[in-house]
Design a protein around this ligand. Structure first.
Ligand code: ZN
Length: 163
């Protein structure tokens, strides 16, 4: 960051709490260089207690992950989870609850993971997702198709708690 996002003054290098930061000498704003993206992800179950995964389109064609995406600035986390879930599946959810939070330092990414029950499991095709499928204990998934480490970690965790 070169300029203060609050007042627009050019930022200067400074040391605060033994950390190299960029500081605004005009209003005191500090850029800690620790910004992180927040993505809201949903583990969504059907009536048979199987959970939904998505097969992507576009740049990551055929990669498999859980539905979810970036939270908009100021958007409540739960709303972001529901919105992204709807955008990627066309489905809605009954009440949802927080399941876990993951962090990927290399991607500067936080996953806020919800779990919920699907209202009506009819997939509507969209720009991001090619198809969806339901997973239970017996489902074979080729690990090389998983989108990334967080997807892998969450899949392992959910499978462990699936009957
Ligand atoms: Zn400033």
């Amino acid at each position: 960051m070169n300029y203060c996002p609050i007042c627009g003054t050019k930022l200067n290098e400074a040391i605060v709490d033994q950390t190299k930061v960029e500081k605004c000498d005009s209003c005191g704003f500090i850029d800690w260089n620790n910004h992180t993206f927040v993505s809201c992800v949903v583990v969504a179950y059907n009536q048979q207690r199987e959970f939904l995964m998505v097969k992507l389109k576009g740049q990551e064609e055929d990669k498999v992950t859980f539905p979810g995406g970036y939270r908009n600035h100021n958007e409540p986390l739960e709303e972001a989870a529901r919105r992204e879930f709807f955008e990627e599946t066309g489905m809605t959810l009954h009440e949802i609850k927080l399941l876990d939070v993951y962090a990927s330092e290399s991607h500067r990414l936080i996953w806020v993971i919800y779990e919920g029950q699907i209202d009506r499991d009819v997939f509507i095709e969209n720009d991001e997702v090619k198809s969806v499928f339901f997973v239970n204990k017996g489902t074979k998934i080729d690990e090389s198709t998983l989108r990334g480490n967080l997807t892998k970690k969450l899949l392992m965790q959910v499978l462990k708690s699936t009957k």
